[in-house]
Design a protein around this ligand. Sequence first.
Ligand code: DAH
Length: 347
Amino acid sequence: MSVEVNLIQELENIERSGLEALAGVKDEAALQAWRIAHLGRSAPVMQVFSRLGQVPKEQRATIGQRANQAKQKLEAAQAELEQALKQAALEHSLENMRLDVTLPGRTPDHGRLHIVTQTLREIYKIYAEMGFQVYRSTDVESDDYNFTLLNMPAYHPARDMWDTFHTTRPGVILRTHTSPGQIHVMHERCPEPIRVILPGMVYRYEQISARSEIQFNQVELLVVGQKITFGDMKGTLLDFARKLFGKEVRSRLRPSYFPFTEPSAEMDIECFVCGGAGCPVCKQSGWLEILGCGMVHPVVLQNGGYDPQQFSGFAAGLGIERIALLRHRITDIRYFWQNDIRFLEQF
Ligand code: DAH
């Protein structure tokens, strides 16, 4: 057999076994090893090239051509497989690291107004529609404004209705109600007529329980003019109750006592939990007390600078937490200032 036939045969074998080996290659590492073995410097096909010198001249071209062919075939097969492996790897990673853009995101917590602020704003709105201005007075008061000028001189027994936080400065206290604001407005506005609401925090030296807190919000009402009647008061308060609790709400004024009003009353609305039949919320009475009110006492008008012969007025005071509590059936007043997010986020 001539050298030519031998080498051609050998190249055929080299090519076939290379391709066979390649068929078993399943990953890039194996492909790399295959490339070194079948196309590297000491690969069989390369050795054929280095042996070409020993081949008789007239056969060299044929054999060289065939060797080139074999090498190119192996290279092409290798390139094709490399491409296929890369594609497979890409598909694999797309499959496994898939990002589901349809998954709902995490909603960020967003702040909201405290239930007391919400209630206050509703109340402001209702009174704004009736032409009331908002007047603010201070949380720290003198004993005079909180009591004396409101017709409760020193040692007046009615002072016991309000357990008071005193400060180290004699005569300086935390207001126990928003009523002292009445005197401030009167001093500022006299002799003009007055139609204001006075919102704010009030303080009471009390045992904290489900029903009472040491601080809470009130909104005071004050109307002073030349011909203000009890009927004006009733109409204003009824209108307010209807706007806050609903058009159908039934209400009643019950005689009461406050030193700064005469006559005095308390306003009840029909219990909206039981509809008046009696339940634990209304303590079986069918009614819920929502505010205290009355015609401004002549002494108080006078202390404010208004002549009680010419002027009359009405006042009212309502507790905001109490109203929010009733409307939302909250069972414990302490929730309002505990800052528990689970409570706050419900409103
Ligand atoms: N200041 C009273 C309190 O805190 C509430 C009140 C009652 C205010 C009658 C008024 C009123 O203006 O007329 O208990």
